[in-house]
Design a protein around this ligand. Sequence first.
Ligand code: BTN
Length: 314
Amino acid sequence: MKEKILRQLINSGDNIVSGVQMSAELGISRVAVWKHIKNLRDEGYDIISSSKGYRLKDPDDLLAPFCFDSKKYDIMFFPKVCSTMDTARKLAKKNARHFTVVIADEQTNGRGRLNRTWISSKGGLWFTIILRPNLPPALSFRVNFAASLCLAKTLIKKFEIDAKVKWPNDILVNGKKLAGLLSEMETKSDMISFVNIGIGLNVNNSPERYEPNAISIKNILGRKISRQDLLRAFLDELASELPGIYDKNISQGEPGIIDKWKKYTSTIGRQVSIQTSTDTSNGVAIDVDESGALILRQKNGTKKRIIYGDCFHR
Ligand code: BTN
């Protein structure tokens, strides 16, 4: 019934659907319609009611599971969670399938890399994808690089946004942060059991209010866009890229995921500073090697290989 009501509201776009019309078409009482609408509101669906009836705010922006192809993806939408990483971890441990996508309209305890807080107010795309790649843990970095590459490609293709990847996995536009990626993995018998990729993408929100170095798609384009369309395009891009990260599919002469990623990065060639919880390294980023590590040329001419850290472009 929930899905039927949402579909009715979507089909009527910006027009109001009366309670009488809904009850007649659905074969339920007007009181029952009202109760379903109330439940949907409690689940986070933005339904506006007036004396004339009901209307969905931004129907094109809906992130309900039935808006996506259930053969390809299992979508789980929550109005508010602590962190989609925590929800996804629980689901992954309970055998959620490859390409389960956990989305939240808001996170009360969104997490960033290196234990930072990720502010996740309404309007952004906050989600975690549960993936079960057939890879040993040492190659899990390929999934992260594939995800950031696909996000940059999607933004370029759909909106002609000048998106660049910053090592290891941020998306920058004009030097400002548009998106960040966080991954968590669990292994079993020397293979990846699941790798959860969390993505925080500033879409229709205003992150510059609390982080001057952040930007949203709305800031860049000067208009709101459909998160639903964007998420679908990104998931499709990722689904078509992932088979290419398996050794058996890497044919001779075909670029690997790191080579593809390097075409979209703004880190290589830059003076950077890499911070970890224990130290800071400075130098020129000269390469990203086949295992995803950043190669830094330091002031004294020596090279340093860095496998993790927070990268600041200078
Ligand atoms: C970063 O520090 O740049 C990574 C930010 C990752 C944020 C996303 S939002 C969805 C998912 N849930 C979280 O709590 N974090 C990630």
